[in-house]
Design a protein around this ligand. Structure first.
Ligand SMILES: CC(=O)SCCNC(=O)CCNC(=O)[C@H](O)C(C)(C)COP(=O)(O)OP(=O)(O)OC[C@H]1O[C@@H](n2cnc3c(N)ncnc32)[C@H](O)[C@@H]1OP(=O)(O)O
Ligand SMILES: O=C([O-])CC(=O)C(=O)O
Length: 370
């Protein structure tokens, strides 16, 4: 038995949800470029869950369900108010989603029908929870979700209590489409491993949130913004990046386990970052990002991943850094739950082996002789 570090190149399951072949990302066979330009996030969530694009009636029904399920229990809001305000937002989200299960009387119903409803509920409630966490951290009361609007619009509205601009809603909606699923990434794998023990869907999503939080995965978008803030201005950029490279530190938002010639989602976020900057009359963040990309690509041959330009996009939407990874979760919960449903439809416990490298032939020594 020989271990492969990080399971690189190991095919661990079959899946018909999303694929990455020769650098092209598809959801259920639809190219991400096509979906990013044409589909709204709710259509994409339907596609991931049910395997086909919805017709008008199916989409309207889904949107209605998402609106209906969006409010969260008052008891959960009270609990969130007790969380320490300065702790990591993903840690708060992880705790809140775990607690949410306690308020769902069907949490332990493992029928496919019940799990499909729970997938839609989780998708509907996760944005409300993130917005509530954000408001409570700032000392504000949560804003109740609006009925009959998209997830992107509702989330921006719940953050501030004000109507978001059409441009902001469109940009966030597109970002949600781009982040919705990504084959067997670490958080999706974590979710699948959890439910493969026949644990419940809330446990699967809680595991996935824990995995997404890390800076080598979804947490990289916050780390990118931290880097941009530390750099501060274009004139300091080159020495900052050079120092990091000289110290063999990783530059967040670059590199990818699967894409070696670039992440197909990054160009959409880059374009969005420029457009938002131009609309605001300040493209500084975009310019800095482009220069970092030029440096890293020329020196290390690494390309930006989905997390790199999303940092400047969210900042230009007026969103605080600590909400970037939770926004990733707002989108990715569609993919996580689609994978969980797929795992449960043809389940076998996931239990690989480890190559043992520890000592052998040890003999027990009584404690007084150690
Ligand atoms: C949504 C997402 O999860 S996208 C990924 C988000 N994560 C990041 O942006 C964090 C920065 N990037 C990384 O840490 C990595 O590229 C990962 C985690 C994405 C992929 O990791 P792996 O597939 O294990 O790549 P690996 O670490 O083997 O990289 C190969 C080489 O490139 C280097 N490298 C990879 N990424 C970077 C980076 N961002 N900055 C500097 N060097 C890097 C590695 O140090 C390694 O060099 P070496 O061969 O001299 O040791
Ligand atoms: O696939 C991965 O390893 C990480 C990633 O890009 C994602 O989850 O979107």
């Amino acid at each position: 038995m020989t271990a492969t570090k990080g399971l690189e190149g190991i095919v661990a399951t079959t899946s018909s949800i999303s694929s990455i072949v020769d650098g092209v990302l598809t959801y259920r066979g639809y190219d991400i470029d096509d979906l990013a330009s044409n589909a709204c996030f709710e259509e994409v969530a339907y596609l991931l869950w049910f395997g086909k694009l919805p017709n008008r009636i199916e989409l309207d029904n889904l949107k209605q369900k998402l609106s209906e399920y969006a409010p969260i229990p008052d008891a959960l809001i009270s609990q969130i108010k007790l969380y320490p305000k300065k702790q990591n937002t993903m840690a708060a989200l992880r705790s809140a989603i775990s607690a949410l299960a306690l308020y769902d009387e069907n949490a332990e119903d493992d029928s496919q029908e019940a799990n499909e409803i729970k997938a839609v509920k989780l998708q509907a409630q996760l944005p409300t929870i993130v917005a509530a966490i954000a408001r409570i951290r700032e000392g504000n009361e949560p804003v109740a979700p609006k009925q009959g609007v998209s997830i992107a619009e509702n989330f921006l509205y719940m953050l501030t209590g004000e109507e978001p601009s059409e441009t902001s809603v469109k940009a966030l909606d597109q970002a949600l489409v781009l982040h919705a699923d990504h084959e067997l990434n670490a958080s999706t794998f974590a979710g699948r491993v959890t439910v493969a023990t026949l644990s419940d869907i809330y446990s699967g999503v809680t595991s996935a949130i824990g995995a997404l939080k890390g800076p080598l995965h979804g947490g990289a978008n916050e780390a990118v913004m931290k880097m941009l803030s530390e750099i501060g201005s274009v004139d300091k950029l080159e020495s900052y990046i050079q120092d990091k490279l000289d110290n063999r530190e990783k530059i967040m938002g670059f590199g990818h386990r699967v894409y070696k010639n670039g992440d197909p989602r990054a160009k959409h976020l880059q374009k969005m970052s420029l457009e938002l900057g131009e609309q605001k009359g300040n493209t500084d963040l975009y310019e800095m990002s482009v220069q970092i990309e030029e440096l890293i690509t020329s020196q290390k041959g690494l390309k930006p991943n989905v997390d790199f330009y999303s940092a400047s996009v969210y900042t230009q939407l007026g969103i605080n850094r600590e909400l970037f990874t939770p926004i990733f979760a707002i989108s990715r919960v569609s993919g996580w739950t689609a994978h969980i449903l797929e795992q449960l439809s043809d389940n076998r416990i996931i239990r690989p082996r480890a190559e043992y490298t520890g000592p052998t032939n040890q003999k027990y020594i009584p404690i007084e002789r150690r």
